[in-house]
Structures are given as C-alpha cells and as structure tokens.
Write a protein that binds this ligand. Structure first.
Ligand SMILES: [Zn+2]
Length: 200
C-alpha cells in the first residue's frame, strides 16, 4: 500500500523546493561560513596511528604500543635497520598488502641498553637466564642490535612471511619465533632450516 503514496509524496516535496529553497535546507554545495573556517583545522589533525606520521618515538628502538610499518622511517627501530633488509621488507610489505595482509614491525633495530632490558625482563618472566636466552639474546649476540632482524606481526603477517619471505631473501631464523626474520638468502633462494631457538 505505501508504494502507492511514494510517488505523489516525492512530487509534493519537489514542488515545495521549487517554491522556496529554504524548505529544502539551502544549496548543499555551499557550506556555512563556520564550516569553511573549520575544515583546514580538521585536515591538520591526522589519526594518532596513521602510517608515516611524525610522532614521539623512542631513541632506543622501543616501538611501545605504536602501530609501526616500514613507512615509519621516523622510528629509530625502522630507520636503523640494515638498508638491504629494509628494502626487502618494503617489497614484501607491498606484496602482502595485495593479499590483504598488513605487515607491522613489532620490533626492529634496538640499542644495546634496550636489548639488555628485554633480557632482564625475560629472565624475570622465564625464571632463569638459561631459559630466557632461548627467547632473547644478549646485546652482543642479538641481530636486532646490529639492525639485521625484524619481528613482524600480527599473526597473519607472520604466517604470510614464513610462506613467502624467501622470495625477498627473508628467512625465519628461529623455529620458536615465527615472527623473527633476517635477510639470510638471495631473493628467491632457499632458506636454511631455522635453528630451534636463539640459544641453540
Ligand atoms: Zn626478533
């Protein structure tokens, strides 16, 4: 039944608009003066985690809770990576995006103090230095400290990298860390079997 009334009703509103513009809310292409003034301010305030945006970063390479990608070269964790590793990661990130996967960098370059702090935290968490070293290397041994390792995330990105990383030369280094990648082979090469953990 309602369908019968739609036609005449729309026609009536159209007639009202012809008679008086104000009845239809004025011209939508012409914003009010207050809106025109507010627009530039809104554009100058990007979202907090917009990739590539300049923001407060930690000099020691700790990315904290920030969402970091290869585009965030203002992050020391990204900027201090080995240039070849970074280039490979950029290529992989672009191709992963075509598969609908966003590759984030949960950790990249770290300074020695930050690495040392992570090891201390791991000893606390795992109860012994021996067990902690299976997960976190010393500053002298960590490939993160030399800028030769990245931890990627989230999980779907880590799985994508474990499957396709070798096409870019990126190999999973440790069997117990699906997120940790280093530039180990030539692009398209065959990755060596991962070590069981960082202590092996
Ligand atoms: Zn790692």
């Amino acid at each position: 039944m309602t369908m019968h009334f739609n036609g005449p009703r729309v026609a009536l509103i159209a007639v009202a608009c012809l008679l008086t513009v104000s009845a239809c809310g004025g011209d939508p292409a012409e914003p009010a003066a207050s809106e025109r003034l507010a627009a530039p301010e809104l554009l100058a305030a990007p979202a907090p985690d917009e990739p590539g945006r300049s923001r407060d970063v930690a000099a020691d390479g700790d990315v904290g809770e920030r969402v970091v990608t290869v585009e965030d070269t203002d992050e020391p964790a990204v900027a201090n990576l080995d240039p070849d590793l970074l280039a490979a990661l950029e290529d992989a990130t672009d191709d992963a995006a075509e598969d609908g996967i966003t590759v984030q960098i949960n950790s990249g370059w770290r300074d020695a103090d930050y690495q040392s702090r992570l090891l201390d935290e791991a000893i606390e968490e795992h109860g012994s230095r021996e067990e902690a070293l299976r997960w976190v290397s010393t500053p002298d041994e960590s490939a993160h400290v030399t800028g030769d390792a990245v931890d990627v995330g989230p999980t779907d990105a880590a799985y994508w990298m474990s499957r396709y990383g070798s096409e870019y030369g990126l190999c999973q280094t440790f069997a117990n860390e699906i997120w940790h990648y280093e530039l180990t082979v030539e692009p398209g090469g065959t990755c060596p079997p991962p070590r069981s953990d960082s202590a092996s």
